[in-house]
Design a protein around this ligand. Structure first.
Ligand code: NMX
Ligand code: MLT
Length: 439
């Protein structure tokens, strides 16, 4: 059998760490790391440490760090395609999996491995073709991931009987195959829905993101550049966000990566999570239509934001469960817009919103973070290059998020992480605790 350098490297770092963690927990298991309140339990467990995720860590003030590296550092340090200014997503996957920055050969190796593994079984396309064209692209994406589960190496190995300590090995195969195939599936959904079903064959000479742009029908080098940035910055946001946590939870029942990732994508498809990227553009289009298509002024934007809030709706793209400052992923995209499309009208509106929205939200006195998140900017960049079909945007987010949540699932298997099963209580139980404390 051909050697797989990445697989061997992963085993070399992850398996010794499993032993190290067992020892660490044995020695320090009773150490208290925090306390939590009734309010936290009732408000979505925010701020409660409940899981360990090795791939990235979110700082409320500073934003995400992947294995210690911030977004600006990664844009600088990760290997790039020839002549490009943005990193290759292959590099961030390598970093999350191995824990070290890759060199050029490491990313070429990942790129080649994904190209080799990228064949999507025909029944997946046949299944997609049976779905009504009105089916949301995220629903189609999730269905396609489930249809590919027929290929799960982990599910087959488990059925045959496999030693617990070897679970990570077939999981690695599934994770690599799944990531390799997602761009083809996503491009198929896009072309089926919006380009009369005229599909574009992959170009195995291109990198993962470049090939994705190509299969979507965008061969302009700038789109490939944007796709590399996009797929890098959306990859991971520590373990507690809905898509990562769902993938981890479903995977904890030893569901294979197809089952776990499809569940994670159903989480991403919610409007308070990944679907916010389509909602932002829908909201900006509604704003423009409200003013008969005219370029809005700051006062007009202010009026429209207040109208949205008074109707009891959220302003999409603003706020965050953990972040308390502007999302560095928003800033990376703003930097991209200023460099490559300084005169773009929608980007100008996005930048005006950045001035107008935070003081209004702050004035409400209930929102914990009035600043923009990653979804506030991404759509405007895509529209600039002609990708106007905003219902599709969350699928792009999902292709990227696969890198982080599947790298984490592989770590879960290598570390032998257990079934997740938190306790739950009733309000009656909560009241009884308070009564006891006051008695
Ligand atoms: N516009 C208006 N009201 C808001 C907004 C917003 N953008 N964000 C939060 N609030 C409200 C929120 O609904 C809540 O109101 P109430 O007490 O009446 O229920 C109050 O402010 C306090 O909410 P927070 O504790 O600040 O926010 P929470 O942690 O619960 O939720 C989000 C975080 C991200 C779900 C929330 O800010 C939101 O709904 N934002 C808009 C949707 C969005 O952009 N989601 C994308 C997140 C990033 N991603 O990709 O996943
Ligand atoms: C994410 O990228 O997952 C979002 O910013 C949401 C989160 O971190 O909760």
């Amino acid at each position: 059998m051909k050697t797989d350098i990445l697989k061997d490297k992963f085993a070399g770092v992850a398996l010794p760490m499993a032993t190290e963690i067992k020892e660490f927990v044995k020695e320090n298991g009773s150490h208290i790391i925090g306390q939590y309140t009734i309010e936290q339990v009732y408000s979505g467990m925010k701020g409660m440490v409940g899981m360990v995720t090795e791939t990235s860590k979110l700082d409320p003030e500073e934003g995400i760090r992947f294995r210690g590296y911030s977004i600006p550092e990664l844009r600088e340090k990760l290997p790039r395609a020839p002549h490009d200014t943005e990193p290759l997503p292959e590099g961030i996957f390598y970093l999350m999996l191995i824990g070290e920055l890759p060199n050029e050969d490491d990313v070429i190796n990942v790129s080649n491995a994904w190209a080799r593994r990228s064949q999507v079984p025909k029944h997946v396309f046949d299944m997609l073709d049976t779905l009504p064209l009105s089916t949301h692209p995220m629903t189609q994406f999730s269905c396609a991931i489930m249809a590919m589960q027929t290929e799960s190496v982990f599910a087959a190995a488990y059925r045959k009987g496999i030693n617990k300590k070897d679970y990570w090995d077939p999981t690695y195969e599934d994770v690599m195959n799944l990531i390799a195939r997602l761009p083809r599936v996503a491009a198929y959904i896009y072309r089926r829905l919006y380009k009369n079903g005229v599909h574009i064959e992959p170009d195995p000479k291109l990198d993962w993101a470049g090939n994705f742009a190509h299969m979507l029908g965008y061969d302009d080098y700038n789109v490939k550049r944007l796709m590399r940035l996009y797929l890098t910055i959306h990859a991971d946001h520590e373990g507690g966000n809905v898509s990562a946590h769902t993938t981890h939870l479903v995977g904890s029942a030893l569901g294979d990566p197809y089952l776990a990732f499809s569940a994670g994508m159903n989480g991403l498809a919610g409007p308070l999570h990944g679907l916010a990227n389509q909602e932002v553009v829908r909201w900006i289009m509604d704003l423009r239509n409200f003013y008969s298509g005219a370029m809005p002024t700051k006062d007009m934007i202010k009026e429209y934001v207040l109208k949205t809030i008074n109707e009891g709706k959220v302003v999409p793209g603003y706020g965050h469960a953990v972040l308390r400052k502007t999302d560095p992923r928003f800033l990376a995209q703003m930097d991209f817009a200023n460099k490559y499309m300084p005169d773009d009208e929608n980007c100008k509106i996005v930048h005006m919103l950045y001035e107008v929205v935070p003081p209004i939200l702050e004035g409400l006195r209930k929102i914990k973070n009035p600043w923009p998140n990653v979804d506030a900017h991404s759509g405007a960049l895509l529209i600039h290059y002609g990708m106007i079909e905003y219902d599709f945007y969350t699928v792009l987010f999902g292709v990227s998020r696969a890198l982080g949540v599947l790298a984490s699932l592989l770590w879960d298997r290598a570390l032998g992480n257990p079934l997740e099963r938190p306790g739950s209580v009733t309000t009656e139980w909560m009241k009884a605790q308070v009564m006891k404390a006051h008695a």
